[in-house]
Design a binder for this molecule. Structure first.
Ligand code: GTP
Ligand code: SPV
Ligand code: MN
Length: 585
């Protein structure tokens, strides 16, 4: 017997009966196990060791070319009542979902090893953390879960103590997109995923548990599970403020979480600390504030665009014990991707293992990723292990918008802040399969991840005002405005610190702003742009509102909100009306 928990033992034996593996391995998370999994993958060719001098303990994994991103059209929320899942989710009745996917699991692990991965989302001793067990036949998933979660014996001990855990069943199946499904049964605390080895589809602790099931549980229990980074900012007086920010996939969370302030800020004493880069579990504290933990223990970050000028912190943590997925390979076995260096080095091998020539598309897949332990990050803070979480001073929403959305705007109330979150729209990215660069609605950056009806989710967000008396202020930012020539108007990255400084000033009742229909906009010189090449004209443009364009935006939002019918909270339609009235007058 491998566990004292009868539920878990029974479930593993039921799954083994269905999937018929050759072997069963219970993961302990220890070093010997890590070594044997890596050796196995190197032997099988699924891990390519990188240059041991420059990248010790680093491996390249090339996935199936048809399996490189989340597949939202194959992702389902299976609740008894379709309305519970809402128009924001693909839905299937639970019995139909189980039947469909179990047929694919039948015998799928023949000749393979079934790994049992007990994991804990959040610090192992935190009352806010939740455990799960992922069963998988993928050694790549085991290697990644080992970095991304607190995995192995300590998690199993907690499960045995608590006798409750999320059941996640995963198999890479035959990797055919025709036989791929990611199904969630939030009412049964169950996830079933087959046919993909890709991060968000296969590392079930991440989006499936921590967000889709997490958001469902959070609503029932009075907290929030969000697609947010958590960053600590220390001012020259030594006061630390924590900020959580939700941007859609591949829209800048990892980068903001690891930002290095501009030199003049550093000289004054500003410091940045990274708590999390993708997911925040947020609970009301006894003192009326909101407290956030990062349920993850590692980063599964976008590689392209990560360079010495954009995110040196990320670059510096990728020189040991990292997994690279679908990046290019240099002649001397170093990982490479677009944005790392210019020009591209000679003799690159592309992400599919073919010799690369310039002009033949990117060498690294646009959604190529790195997996690395949070503790390897220079800006790591032990606050990431705080069992109670860190108190939030501000919440930021944002999207990738060429046009319209200003650099930053502050909500006039919690209600308006929730409206700002609900109205997020963003250009699609390579993080999900499908068209890239198309504006779509992505409320709170949770469109792909909210495990229940958005109407109820917004109501839940609004209700936080009843339980918390010192709620953080809510802001909306856009780092991605472009001029007519298609150049980014705002330098972004480390210089986003300048916007954060204004945000923190506003939280302290300082900072210059003008009240507009869409919220408080900074006055043209309220944001410190010294040392930048920003003309006052460009700043004016970044901080202006075009009334006709905003009216069109509100029309679109109106149409979108209508899909939620009677589940749409009145507060949101009222906010929309108020803004429209103010724009008209
Ligand atoms: P997920 O892991 O998919 O949830 O993404 P994320 O939100 O963590 O996105 P990430 O920080 O990895 O950024 C995605 C891409 O946007 C990268 O190519 C970055 O280089 C780019 N990016 C991030 N921040 C900025 C910014 O401030 N300005 C500009 N122009 N690009 C940015
Ligand atoms: C995202 O797509 O938002 C990610 C990567 O963070 S994944 O884990 O694949 O969802
Ligand atoms: Mn994400």
């Amino acid at each position: 017997m491998t566990t004292t928990n009868k539920n878990l033992e029974q479930w593993v034996s039921d799954v083994a009966r269905l999937t018929k593996p050759d072997k069963i391995h219970w993961c302990t998370g220890d070093e010997a196990e890590k070594k044997s999994i890596i050796d196995l993958m190197v032997k099988a060719g699924t891990f390519i060791p990188l240059n041991p001098e420059t990248h010790p303990g680093c491996y390249l994994h090339r996935s199936d070319p048809s399996d490189v991103a989340r597949t939202e059209h194959l992702t389902f929320v299976c609740t008894k009542d379709q309305e519970t899942a809402g128009p924001n989710n693909n839905w299937m009745a639970p019995n139909e979902g189980h039947k469909k996917i179990d047929a694919l699991f039948d015998g799928c692990m023949k000749g393979r090893t079934l790994y049992v991965i007990p994991y804990c989302m959040g610090p192992i001793d935190s009352p806010l953390s939740r455990c799960g067990v992922e069963i998988t036949d993928s050694a790549y998933v085991v290697a990644n879960m080992r970095i991304m979660t607190r995995m192995g014996t300590p998690a199993l001990k907690r499960i045995e103590r608590e006798n409750t855990f999320v059941k996640g069943l995963h198999s890479t199946g035959d990797l055919s997109p025709d036989r791929r499904f990611v199904m969630h049964f939030p009412e049964e605390l169950t996830i079933k995923s087959i046919g993909s080895g890709y991060g968000g589809n296969a590392l079930l602790g991440k989006k499936c548990h921590a967000l889709r099931l997490g958001s469902f549980q959070a609503r029932n229990e009075g907290w929030l599970a969000e697609h947010m980074l958590i960053v600590g900012i220390e001012n020259p007086k030594g006061e630390r403020h924590y900020v959580a920010a939700a941007f859609p996939s591949a829209c800048g969370k990892t980068n903001l979480a690891m930002l290095i302030p501009p030199q003049a800020y550093r000289e004054k004493g500003w410091k940045v600390f990274t708590v999390g880069d993708d997911i925040a579990w947020i609970h009301p504290g006894k003192d009326g504030r909101l407290y956030a933990i990062n349920p993850e223990a590692g980063y599964f970050g976008v590689a392209p665009g990560t360079g010495a000028n954009t995110n040196p912190t990320a670059l510096n943590m990728l020189h040991k014990n990292a997994i690279f997925t679908n990046v290019a390979l240099t002649k001397d076995k170093k990982p490479w991707w677009e944005g790392l260096s210019k020009p591209a080095p000679e003799g690159l091998t592309d992400w599919q293992g073919r010799p690369w020539e310039s002009g033949k598309g990117p060498a690294a897949h646009p959604n190529s990723r790195f997996t690395v332990s949070a503790q390897q990050c220079e800006s790591y803070t032990p606050a990431a292990e705080d069992a109670q979480g860190v108190p939030l001073s501000a919440i930021i929403f944002g999207g990738r918008r060429k046009e319209l959305a200003p650099l930053v705007v502050e909500s006039v109330s919690w209600k308006h802040g929730v409206f700002l979150g609900a109205s997020v729209a963003s250009e699609t990215t390579a993080a999900a399969t499908g068209a890239v660069g198309v504006v779509r609605r992505d409320p709170m950056a949770m469109q792909p991840f909210c495990g229940y009806n958005f109407g109820d989710y917004w109501t839940h967000w609004l209700s936080m005002e009843k339980t918390s008396s010192k709620l953080p202020k809510i802001f909306h930012v856009n780092w991605f405005r472009q001029d007519k020539a298609g150049n980014y108007m705002w330098p972004g990255f480390g210089d986003n610190m300048r916007v954060l400084e204004w945000i923190l000033k506003r939280c302290e009742g300082k900072g210059e702003a003008t009240r507009t229909p869409i919220g408080y906009l900074p006055t043209v010189d309220a944001i410190d742009v010294s040392g930048l090449n920003m003309t006052p004209q460009a700043m004016r443009e970044l901080l202006s509102i075009e009334v006709p364009a905003w009216k069109l935006e509100l029309d679109g939002l109106n149409e979108y909100f209508a899909k939620y019918g009677s589940r749409l909270p009145k507060d949101l339609s009222e906010e929309k009306k108020r803004i429209l009235n103010e724009l008209n007058s």
